[in-house]
Design a protein around this ligand. Sequence first.
Ligand SMILES: Cc1cc2nc3c(=O)[nH]c(=O)nc-3n(C[C@H](O)[C@H](O)[C@H](O)COP(=O)(O)OP(=O)(O)OC[C@H]3O[C@@H](n4cnc5c(N)ncnc54)[C@H](O)[C@@H]3O)c2cc1C
Length: 459
Amino acid sequence: MPNLVIIGGSDAGIEAALRARELDPITDATVLVADQYPNFSICGIPYHVSGEVPDWRDLAHRRVEDLEAAGMRLLLDHRAELIEVADRRVRYTGPNGHEGAIAYDQLLIATGAVPQPPPIAGLHSLGPGDGVHMLHSMGDTLALTSYLAEHQVTDAVIVGGGYIGLEMAEALVTRGLRLTLLEQLPQLLPRTLDPQLATHVEAELGHNGVRVQTSTAVRSIEQLNSRLQAHGEGGRSWICDLVLVVTGVKPDSDLAAKAGARVGIRDAIAVDQRMRTSIDDVWAAGDCAETYHRLLATNTYLPLGTPAHKQGRVAGENALGGHRMFAGSLGTQVVRVFDLVAAATGIRCDEAVQQGFDPVTVESEVDDHKAYYPGATPIRIRVTGDKRTHRLLGAQLIGRRSAEIAKRVDIYAGAIHHRARVDEICDLDLSYTPPLGSPWDAVQAAARAWTKSVTQVPS
Ligand SMILES: Cc1cc2nc3c(=O)[nH]c(=O)nc-3n(C[C@H](O)[C@H](O)[C@H](O)COP(=O)(O)OP(=O)(O)OC[C@H]3O[C@@H](n4cnc5c(N)ncnc54)[C@H](O)[C@@H]3O)c2cc1C
């Protein structure tokens, strides 16, 4: 049986090791992890910072003992430094700086992503000890929570209005901080929502005391007495005790590139649907690699936890000689911001035009359940479909926390996965009881509105 070595012990790497051991309980699966936190749910970081999950250890998907009981060998605090392809060997630096090497028959690179900050003067000279933080790993999280515990922090600035910026805004407000959120583009969640829905997210943050400033790029950060000052364009500035920069990530692909693996979109490791890299017997999965987009039928870069898990599983199986294909991602995403939930799947109108579709987007407002039953709330849904073929291309939803937004976007995701036309959503046999839905569920009512808008009345 092959000796499988995995670099990276998060979603993709651990899924691969689990799958390999599940298929063959005598496979040698060794996971090199650069830090001490294997298999942590970094998606849960905002809920530890907020205090909703008080003990950070509870964010672990599985404990070290559980992983070892599954038969994998974990080398914690082991950073892979070099892949020697000709000798099938990975050189690493272990605890206390000791150097070593491990041989492989099959190698999976699952090094994930790293924060990609914008060019902000001062960012590289100031760090967590000064109150300037980034957030991707458990190490980053513990540095942030220590800083909050040990310093008098009353005002914070978040740079970046993507989903992590919004989740962290809620977390820091929950801890009692005064918060300003700065986004350089004209809207929040720019990669997820159309501006028509993003304005509702901005309003929800405003209702909860967050000062949101869009179209605002931070240019520099400096220390000012014992506080920090962030400067934007046009002479604007913000004085605070903590700056959190969460402006997106880039693939951690240097190791792979140095080994000669082809990198592609945004420097992510180029892979096929079997998760093969351009080097024989070297696989890649998760945020370090490209992602096959199911609707576009081409690779893209979508760093999310759900595809990372699936790709890891596919790579783990194939490294043992399997023929599994990664079915593809649609970028399906959901974020909760205070009492509001926003979700999206597929592509938006502007992306659809770029991809050669002839898209139409129709917005509807539909109650989450029968209006006569107490507590009904409106859901805004934007459905995008192709005018020529009526193929469903994307959907965006926004509604209250009680409105099952996450599960409703998944209905659209399932439909896109199976190449459905928009009107075929209406054929689905969905559940109904008045306190929870309607005979035509909200997702179906929105699909009907789209179909009506593009259907010519016969003359
Ligand atoms: C705050 C936050 C919230 C998120 N929320 C969501 C969400 O709600 N939904 C969602 O789908 N996604 C979410 N994500 C994204 C999701 O967490 C990532 O897409 C996912 O963790 C990617 O998994 P991965 O295994 O590819 O890489 P990562 O989780 O980045 O892990 C990389 C691993 O590689 C190790 N490593 C790196 N370099 C080396 C090296 N040279 N040697 C050895 N080990 C190395 C690291 O130590 C780590 O174990 C969130 C991310 C963050 C930061």
